[in-house]
Design a protein around this ligand. Structure first.
Ligand SMILES: *Cc1c(COP(=O)(O)O)cnc(C)c1O
Length: 388
């Protein structure tokens, strides 16, 4: 048996840097209130923005489909795992996003790795925002394309790099809503630049889908970008949709390319069909129940107002992701633990998820929170921060 001491040393170092991760043990369904290790909390760290993860209609659709289709899909999409429920979800998502066609992936991480690697090789170049999600960075690195990062939301920085590139294919990749910051990418400018520089634009809308746009179709709807302007639209179903999985929406030729060449699509078991049924039920609620989005929007405004009244300086975000920059990782942990003692679950996000020296509390709001929940959280936060 090989000696694993070097691993123990790396673990010890991580602990000492206050970067060690542990997993809160949930003993309830996801929601604005959860039970963790026997204690009840008001939960401000889920991505279940529309409170659909435990919605009765979504749960019922899942149960019914499990009765009809069983649990496992039994195969990859290309062999015998592609069910009529997967297919229906793809068709409804294509109509909803205004794209020719949609392809489901088992997770968002796999979608991002699969898309970038199917589109790019060593003669190509990928241009990524510095704050992109890890799955986009990993996808770009794995592709063998020339990997270039530009300053966050900085069109001038990107323009310079694009103009200097001699790559055959150029792919610009950004988060629609940045997952640890909550701000949006300047998609109209990025789309114009992509066209001008003959580059493709890919957006990961994990945190915009279901939430942004009049209909909830996400950042493409919010910024009114059609399939020509934004040809590669990716989003996940495990956040606002409260389900699981991910999809990419675009042209017929894009989707066929992914079916033929995206290895994380080809070499994996299809999602359970009942998950697709749950996502269909979520999609119906996203489409029909605008009030949920309005309630969330109202809470975001309330949160920002109250924070300002308490003298808390938030990061510039208008979305359900409302981070408070702390800086030091140890201090972020202290604040998060003090909030937990008062019954609030808030994640301390530390490097390497975010840049060194930018540890933060990432507070997220959902349609199931009340104004009182938000006011109580902020009052607790102010009292915790005051003596620090
Ligand atoms: C969560 C997330 C992903 C990964 O999606 P999963 O379905 O959870 O694998 C990808 N991109 C962004 C921006 C995310 O926030």
């Amino acid at each position: 048996m090989a000696n694993l001491d070097s691993l123990s040393a790396a673990l010890a170092q991580r602990k000492q840097q206050r970067l060690y991760r542990t997993r809160p043990l949930l003993e309830s369904a996801q929601g604005a209130r959860v039970v963790v290790s026997g204690k009840s909390y008001r939960n401000f760290c889920s991505n279940d923005y529309l409170a659909l993860a435990n919605h009765p209609k979504v749960v019922a659709a899942f149960q019914q489909a499990a009765n009809d289709f069983g649990v496992g899909s039994g195969g990859s999409h290309l062999v015998c795992g592609h069910s009529s429920l997967h297919h229906q979800l793809e068709e409804e998502l294509a109509a909803f996003t205004g794209r020719d066609r949609v392809l489901l992936f088992s997770t968002g991480y796999m979608a991002n790795v699969g898309i970038i690697n199917a589109l790019l090789g060593k003669h190509d170049a990928v241009f990524e925002d510095k704050l992109n999600h890890a799955s986009l960075l990993d996808g770009g690195l794995l592709s063998g394309a020339k990997f270039q990062r530009f300053l966050h939301n900085d069109i001038a920085s990107l323009t310079k790099k694009l103009a200097a590139s001699t790559a055959e294919r150029k792919l610009i990749v950004v988060d629609g809503v940045f997952s640890m910051d909550g701000d949006c990418a300047p998609l109209a400018e990025l789309a114009a630049l992509a066209e001008q520089q003959d580059a493709w634009l890919m957006v990961d809308d994990a945190h915009g889908f279901g939430v942004l746009g009049e209909q909830g179709a996400g950042c493409a709807e919010h910024f009114q970008l059609d399939q020509n302007q934004l040809p590669i639209l990716m989003a996940t179903l495990g956040k606002a949709a409260g389900s699981f999985g991910a999809f990419v929406a675009g042209s017929e030729v894009l989707i066929e390319t992914l079916i033929q060449f995206a290895r994380p699509y080809i070499y994996t078991t299809a999602l359970p069909p009942a998950i697709a049924a749950a996502s269909l039920a979520s999609l119906a609620i996203i489409r029909d129940d605008r009030e949920r989005r309005q309630e969330l929007q109202h809470l975001i405004s309330h949160f920002k107002q109250q924070a300002q009244a308490l003298g808390l300086t938030l990061m510039p975000s208008n979305t359900a992701i409302q981070p408070l920059l702390i800086g030091d990782s140890a201090k972020a942990l202290v604040v998060s633990r003090a909030l937990a003692e008062q019954g609030f679950l808030v994640g301390a996000i530390r490097p390497p998820t975010v840049a060194n020296g930018t540890a933060r509390l990432r507070m997220t709001l959902t349609a199931d929170h009340s104004e009182q929940d938000v006011s109580d959280l902020l009052a607790a936060l102010a009292s915790v921060l005051d003596p620090l």
